[in-house]
Design a protein. Structure first.
Length: 240
């Protein structure tokens, strides 16, 4: 857990397993997140990861900031943010103290067994004092905890260029072309007309320089095929 993190409207956070980051590159993830609504982006990313082999379980959570409350609206300022917090931790007892407790207890018990009451009383008092010292050392001590701010630890922390690019479009176009070849197999009952319509829309958007619309159209085509395949497989399973 890291933070506090300053938020702006439109900021997007993704939490996922390596079942996604293995098959899908960081740049592809960033581009898709920037073009699609969170719930649609989640399904698209899972579909692409599965199409590329899906070698591991794929878990994806996406959160997008819809609205942030400014300091002017709340009347707060940087001075209101906590700089430190106070916690308590149990203290540690020095080994010498524990040794003294143990030895004095044994000596006291030995004097009691020998009925040497005065000596037993003296060592008993020493035993009680040693126990008191151990208890005082064991008492909780206040600890100043620095606030969470920025990365914790050494990373790895990496930055990627997630701007829309022709490379991302080429990768999505490759997926749709491969799906189109698969759709020709009569075993799969695919709505080729709608699929090809999405692909054509994507290609037209590319020619017009509307990269965001192109990515959206390519992703719609991918989701369409994968949804129909899942439904068909589910239907076959029910029949079986």
């Amino acid at each position: 857990l890291e933070g506090p993190i300053p938020l702006r409207e439109g900021d997007t956070f993704l939490l996922c397993s390596d079942g996604l980051t293995g098959p899908v590159s960081a740049s592809e993830i960033g581009s898709i997140l920037s073009c699609l609504a969170p719930e649609i982006a989640v399904q698209t990313l899972i579909d692409i990861a599965n199409l590329r082999g899906g070698p591991d379980n794929i878990t994806v959570v996406v959160v997008r900031v819809r609205h942030t409350t400014s300091k002017a609206e709340t009347g707060s300022s940087d001075e209101d943010l906590p700089t430190t917090s106070v916690d308590t931790i149990p203290g540690s007892v020095h080994p010498v103290v524990w040794g003294a407790v143990f030895v004095l207890l044994l000596i006291t018990m030995a004097f009691v067994a020998l009925r040497q009451w005065i000596a037993a009383g003296a060592t008993g008092i020493g035993f009680l004092l040693a126990m008191l010292i151990a208890w005082m050392q064991r008492m909780d001590r206040p600890r100043v905890v620095p606030p969470l701010a920025g990365p914790l630890g050494r990373g790895p922390y990496r930055k990627f260029d997630c701007n829309l690019s022709q490379e991302i479009l080429d990768a999505l176009a490759k997926i749709t072309n491969e799906l189109l070849d698969v759709a020709k197999d009569p075993i799969w009952k695919i709505n080729r007309t709608l699929f090809e319509s999405h692909c054509h829309e994507a290609q037209q958007a590319v020619e017009e320089g509307k990269l965001s619309q192109a990515i959206d159209a390519y992703c719609m085509a991918i989701r369409l095929i994968m949804k129909q395949v899942r439904e068909q497989k589910q239907g076959d399973s029910n029949v079986t």
